[in-house]
Each structure stands twice: as structure tokens, then as C-alpha cells.
Design a binder for this molecule. Structure first.
Ligand code: FES
Length: 107
């Protein structure tokens, strides 16, 4: 399990961590909304690329969607569903995450 401090994620912003998922080390996207955090594998369902343009740097559209830096697929941030772009209808793969006493536990 990987743990980071909630305060290290800007409210409404993203962070990236490496976490062990099913025995493999994976890059994980974290999205913070107030006191809650959602997490997905940093693997775009379109072509399997990372979504960040530099490590831990993610694009957010004016509509509040996460935008893949590779070819511009847009994902809403409740469920990680692709709502526009080349993989519309697919989803990011959710990762288990919990927030306890200001600590974010991933994986
Ligand atoms: S890999 Fe993300 S849009 Fe193509």
C-alpha cells in the first residue's frame, strides 16, 4: 500500500503515485475533491499510454474533465468514464483508495 498526505494534493487537482496493484507496481492517478480522493490506473483505455504530460502533471478541461495528454480523450471524474475522444464509452480502471486521518492510502 502507498500512503501520501491529503494536503499534498490540491483540492480539485491531481497527483500521481506508484502503488502495488495485484502484485505489480503501477502508476496511479489521484483526484482530490475536498476530503475525498478517487483513484484510477494511469493507463488510458485508448492506446494504453499514461495520461499525464509530465510525471504527475495532468490536464483538466474547462468542463472539469481529465484529458489524456496523448490524444485528448476526456474523462469525467466521478467514475472515470470517457465522455469524449477516441475511447468514448470506455472507462479508466478504478483503484481502491481510502482517506483516514488526513492520509491517503492507495492499493
Ligand atoms: S492514449 Fe489516451 S487518448 Fe490515446
Amino acid at each position: 500500500m502507498t500512503t501520501i498526505t491529503l494536503d499534498n494534493i490540491e483540492d480539485g487537482g491531481f497527483a500521481e503515485v506508484e502503488a502495488e496493484i495485484d502484485g505489480d507496481s503501477e502508476s496511479v492517478i489521484l483526484f482530490r475533491e475536498g476530503g475525498s480522493v478517487r483513484a484510477w490506473l494511469n493507463i488510458c483505455p485508448h492506446a494504453g499510454r499514461r495520461l499525464d504530460w509530465a510525471p504527475g502533471k495532468f490536464l483538466k478541461s474547462r468542463e472539469g474533465h481529465l484529458v489524456c495528454a496523448a490524444h485528448g480523450a476526456s474523462f469525467e471524474l466521478q467514475r472515470g468514464d470517457c465522455v469524449a475522444g477516441p475511447c468514448r464509452g470506455d472507462s479508466l480502471r478504478a483503484v481502491a483508495v481510502s482517506v483516514v486521518d488526513g492520509k491517503v492510502n492507495v492499493g
